[in-house]
Ligand binder design. Structure first.
Ligand SMILES: [Zn+2]
Length: 103
């Protein structure tokens, strides 16, 4: 893992996305559910992971990471991250993709 924190974040983002994409595709193919329904279950799974980790940090105040969950603010942060990542790319990005596609 590189020491450059922004590079490290980029690598983790790509690895986590690939892991979630693999789990999502497996669940979609094993079920008769719509993609949105499977997306919803995926979002619920992430919420459940948050709750478990947050509860562990409320009970175990000696965790060396020093994180103290603030449920309302944390959930708002997660909601904003989901929205930022899920929204269609801004128009300028689309124009650049189209320009690159024609090149
Ligand atoms: Zn911790």
């Amino acid at each position: 893992m590189p020491h450059d924190p922004s590079r490290q974040t980029e690598i983790l983002r790509a690895e986590l996305k690939q892991a979630v994409m693999t789990a999502f595709c497996d669940a979609l193919h094993q079920s008769q559910l719509s993609p949105l329904k499977v997306m919803g279950l995926t979002a619920e799974a992430l919420g459940a992971v948050y709750r478990e980790v947050a509860e562990a940090h409320r009970l175990d105040t000696d965790c060396p990471c020093g994180w103290h969950p603030k449920v309302e603010a944390d959930i708002e942060t997660l909601r904003a991250a989901l929205e930022r990542a899920a929204r269609p790319a801004p128009m300028t990005d689309l124009l650049m993709v189209q320009a690159a596609g024609r090149a």
